[in-house]
Ligand binder design. Sequence first.
Ligand code: H53
Length: 829
Amino acid sequence: GFGERKAKAERMFSLMDGFLKNDPFSLQKDILHHVEYTVARSRFNFDDYEAYQALSHSVRDRLIERWHDTHTYFKRTKPKRLYFLSLEFLMGRSLSNSVINLGIQDQYAEALSQLGFEFDVLAEQEGDAALGNGGLARFSACQMDSLATLDYPAWGYGLRYEYGLFRQIIVDGFQHEQPDYWLNFGNPWEIERIHVTYEVKFYGTVEDVDRNGEKHEVWIPGETVEAVAYDNPIPGYGTRNTINLRLWAAKPSNHFDLEAYNTGDYINSIVNRQRTESISNVLYPDDRSHQGKEMRLKQQYFFVSASLQDIIRRFKEAHNNFDELPEKVALHLNDTHPSLSIAEIMRILVDEEQLDWNKAWNIVCKIFSFTTHTVVAEGLEKIPTDLLGSLLPRHLQILYKINSNFMEELKKRIGLDYNRLSRMSIVEEGAVKSIRMANLSIICSHTVNGVSKLHSDTLKMRTFKDFYELWPEKFQYTTNGVTQRRWIVVSNPSLCALLSKWLGTEAWIRNADLLTGLRDHVDNTGFRHEWKMVKRLNKMRLAEYIETMSGVKVSLDAMFDVQVKRIHEYKRQLLNIFGIIHRYDCLKNMDKNDRTKVVPRVCIIGGKAAPGYEIAKKIIKLCHAVAEKINNDADIGDLLKLVFIPDYNVSVAEMVIPGADLSQHLSTAGHEASGTGSMKFLMNGCLLLATADGSTVEIIEEIGSDNLFLFGAKVQEVAELREKGGALKVPLQFARVLRMVRDGYFGDKDYFKSLCDTVEVGNDFYLLGSDFGSYLEAQAAADKAFVEPEKWTKMSILSAAGSGRFSSDRTIREYAERTWKIDPCQCPF
Ligand code: H53
């Protein structure tokens, strides 16, 4: 009975001595305990890495307590839950973030210093969890932090890749990719759940079975793989809530292939079993375009199948009627990568749970929401039906049925407009018949989200125009955001202290709107002085890093001008490099006396190119070639430096962003769905030099156009400019810079030819030439502002003051209230 259970619980609790204690003395005891018994080193002799391991295990223990309590509480109160399905999460490091969110940063710092260690030094020992490529993946990580902090009953689901995003090394200016086997030294931030496993099936055939006199189709799979759960606790800030990110790993199923064993082919059958493990082995390193790769499709289905089995099991534990599913479960598709979920849940409900098709479909249409991060139709995911049919024959049938029902309904709505019908079909006919994952996701989701206002307009007017006209109410947008916990509190502690001091509260850490309060102090010279000191400190940290990474010594008085992001033609790193070449050219041709008026610059570029993306790799090489020339030109000295920061990742970003004076966001208007890097720079008081693309349009609304440097063609102008083709006007300076590269001024003439061709008049799809003039003007405006430090500092303060709207807390609250319809569920302390 209840009394008995309560007594047992009390006894357990007293045996455990209550919760773990967080005073510095108890923390020291715990750390030493882990040194001795977890790391198995003597407590009298351990190094920084071992100290990091012990430290993180003591943090992990504290996370686990809260994580258990949170889930017990969710289980008891049965709120509607959100399941956030994403094939990529770019979490970065966990130690500092966890300790800060747990609120025991100072206690740990003191505990460690008494043991003779420094917290920051140990934190540097941790490697990044890089289970994602770029913006989409880091945005998922920010959203998890906000979901936990705002007490939403949410789960993240993803894949536990053994090899994360490749490490970029630069040899002779060329990018080389090295595997990121990140689990080599163990991972204290995950909890292996050897008992939480599901079978995932592939291949096979579909057969007719008789069910109560009716014919039904059932899948007889041919291969079975087991999915094992690894749980990653995600602590909220200023709350006990600690939610779960569940990542799946593949391992061979224990189903024996009896045939093989009996025929004596023991060794081969073990080898075959190991092959199945490879499903979750490696993250695909291209940011977009995975079309037609079987392993990628296997990964998607593996992830979807395991997650849905887990979700349905949890639902059935608490509820016994599938009609309740939409009231209890929200499934979010982070881009189209998890959209096989739609076919899979239909298969579960119809084939396994034996629901009537229409009933199942009505339920399913109420639970999915979808965010697309893509702008152009060519970038949307497609899966060849041949591939899908062989890997998942029953799912292909289900997709055909969904499509034919949709086509019937559509004909009733729009008549026999065959062009439009074929554009909206889930099935694309053509040389390679394929499934359009975006159409599927739109048809089945109650909400289709864009990631910025501008992006959403493009979706409605162009990419998904047909669907928008059919279902205008489905189309919404929720502008992206980033978490101020990681992007200020963790990565910029001095700014964090300054903000709390002048705002008179730490409340901005949970409510970023309070940052507008900085506007009240912008005229205070004392405040501005402190603001400048903070920036200088961060520049110092960055300068040291640059020197160790590249050997280049940079001046702290120079403007630190940064462009860090994936290398893509549309992001126009080449425009930046051409601007640098132009600057160098001007310096060389300048009267020596005039040089004293020049604003010294340190240009910093960083980012990875997809391994198969030749042009992007050439951009990296060109950057190095130009840097080589400029940095070794004694005549130029500190007036201009160019450094490429290798292996850009989350932890590098944490150092680079706080140290930037200016950051560049140069995408051709209409190509960046949102952009989230700019938001991190903004929060750190870095000025933006940007095109009116993605979320920048909304940033301008918040900080005013006087506080950033805007340039380039507007979205509405781009199509027209492109049509001009060879007749497009391009400034002489652009032609000159292009000529310099073509003529081999920076060496490797032949190698750079194809790169130069991409921006030649008539071929310049991303409009570098036509935007170059206004780009140079914006750069000149930045120089002009920089020589007035007080003006610059005010702009910097007003940037940070207007960044509150770009907190992922705002993003998540909007999604929760408008799209997912979930309520906070706060676990009591
Ligand atoms: O997603 C970010 C956006 C950004 C967009 C990015 C993205 C990827 O990282 C990968 C694939 C893809 O289609 C889009 O490029 O603009 O900020 C988060 O929404």
